[in-house]
Write a protein that binds this ligand. Structure first.
Ligand code: SUG
Length: 451
């Protein structure tokens, strides 16, 4: 084992759940979000569940990072839409005249950092820097509000321009619809060796054959994925573009990470993940310098409904020092018999590196369609890059303790959609976030701090 191999690791940056976490049913095509609309949320529990997941992975020896939530309610967005007056007046006017807009500007959706950006590790880029592109998230209004702050947060943490390169979001128009790392998987022998980048898209904007889902939107375009690859300097030999199976999207698979997950040489995927399964595997095999280990879950073992409800494929697949892998699955996998059987009989008992399954309760996030893998942005870094991070964003026991206390001090344990108009909620949220930027030592990143 050479030094460059041992000093490179994947850091999972989980999104902290924000104080306005609620169930507004904002995400069309996301079955969990649509089903749980109107439920009373528990933001405190949501944030603590997220922190507990981070802490248990830290305790198991993985390097864990944390990203702050966004400023919500996004009062600036309401002002841009013509609402006037004091903060309280704005919220009141929006609640009366356009409740759907108020719900959108209150969403805590930035917790799903797999959609924050696409990241390419330095070993794969021509200039030897880690490259970032914040996703434009233009498919929905509530998520379109994220990229500006995401860009500031990433620039604050990955500030060292000798190691990190930041690109602008793609044009926020349907042709370049981009949902970030949720549709991007890097495959290779190990984190420290060069990888092949699998970009999965739902539709082609310009010259496609028109094959696309009919019921729910395809959120990622081929053109967006190609532009990201270009921005990051990835050459033809390093990339594979594959179309998602339209049937899967129509069953509620709104991102590839709801139906496939890769790590190292392993690609765990459902039979209906890709429109052309064989061509996708062939292309990966041609370009990878190490044998691909496909772990295929057939439709007869796990139906699409079970896959979507359990979020089996929205698991984190993590590398261990001995070459084995750990699969971190959401608790909902235990509730679906076919899924649990597949985990035991097919994944754990199969000829593949997956040797352990860890179950995590992230139910508050799951009810909005966000499993363990949605909650994290993977950044592969070497020692020098890790040392060049700004702020206090790598979790240790001390930071975990402080963040847990911070959540307990500021978060409500009950939030209904009717509460979103409460001006006191906005005051609480901004007070909490101001304190958070000091805990994380990332400077001013929120609009209310920059005004
Ligand atoms: O974009 N849900 C998110 C869930 C994102 C999950 N991410 C990944 N699969 N990587 C979405 O559909 C619902 C929010 C609400 O209703 O407030 C929401 O936006």
């Amino acid at each position: 084992m050479n030094q460059s191999f041992t000093s490179v690791r994947e850091v999972n940056f989980d999104g902290l759940v924000g104080p306005t976490h609620n169930y507004s049913g904002l995400a069309h095509g996301n079955v969990a979000s649509m089903t749980h609309e109107g439920l009373v949320a528990n933001p405190r529990e949501a944030a603590l569940q997220g922190l507990a997941k981070m802490k248990s992975l830290l305790d198991a020896g993985y390097t864990q990072g944390v990203l702050p939530p966004q400023q919500r309610p996004d009062l600036g967005a309401l002002r841009a839409l013509g609402f006037r007056g004091s903060d309280a007046e704005l919220l009141n006017q929006a609640a009366n005249e356009a409740p759907q807009l108020l719900r959108a500007v209150c969403s805590a959706s930035s917790m799903w950092t797999a959609n924050a950006a696409t990241v390419t590790p330095s070993i794969d880029t021509p200039d030897g820097r880690v490259h970032f592109t914040p996703a434009n998230l233009q498919s929905s209004f509530h998520r379109f509000l994220e990229p500006a702050t995401t860009g500031r947060v990433l620039a604050a943490i990955f500030a060292d321009t000798g190691h990190f390169a930041h690109h602008p979001t793609l044009p926020a128009t349907p042709a370049f619809s981009d949902e970030g790392a949720a549709n991007h998987t890097r495959l290779g022998a190990s984190h420290g060796e060069s990888g092949v980048h699998l970009f999965v898209y739902g539709r082609q904007a310009f010259d496609g054959d028109g094959v696309a889902p009919s019921r729910y939107p395809a959120r990622q375009t081929l053109e967006a994925s190609q532009a990201i690859a270009r921005q990051h300097g990835l050459g033809e030999a390093q990339v594979v573009f594959a179309q998602q199976h339209p049937e899967a999207i129509d069953a509620g698979v709104f991102h590839n990470d709801v139906i496939a997950v890769g790590n190292g040489p392993v690609l765990l995927y459902h039979e209906l993940a890709f429109r052309d399964e064989q061509a996708t595997l062939d292309a990966l095999r041609r370009k990878m310098s190490t044998p691909l280990i496909p772990v295929r879950v057939p439709l007869e073992a796990v139906g699409l409904e079970d896959a979507v409800a359990s979020y089996l494929f929205n698991s984190q697949l993590l590398s261990n020092a001995d070459g084995s892998m750990t699969l971190v699955v959401p608790g909902e996998c235990q509730e679906r018999e076919a899924v649990w059987r597949c985990i035991q009989d097919h994944l754990l008992a199969g000829h593949n590196p997956i040797s352990e399954v860890v179950v995590k309760d992230v139910q508050q996030s799951m009810r909005n369609g966000g499993g363990p893998a949605c909650l994290r942005l993977r950044v592969v870094m070497n020692d020098a890059e890790q040392a060049a991070l700004s702020g206090r964003v790598l979790l240790d026991d001390g930071l975990y303790g402080e963040l847990s206390q911070w959540v307990r001090r500021h978060y409500r344990d009950r939030l209904a959609t009717a509460d979103l108009a409460d001006p006191q909620l906005a005051v609480e949220a901004l007070t909490a976030l101001d304190e958070l930027t000091r805990i994380l030592a990332i400077g001013s990143v929120y609009p209310f701090q920059l005004a």
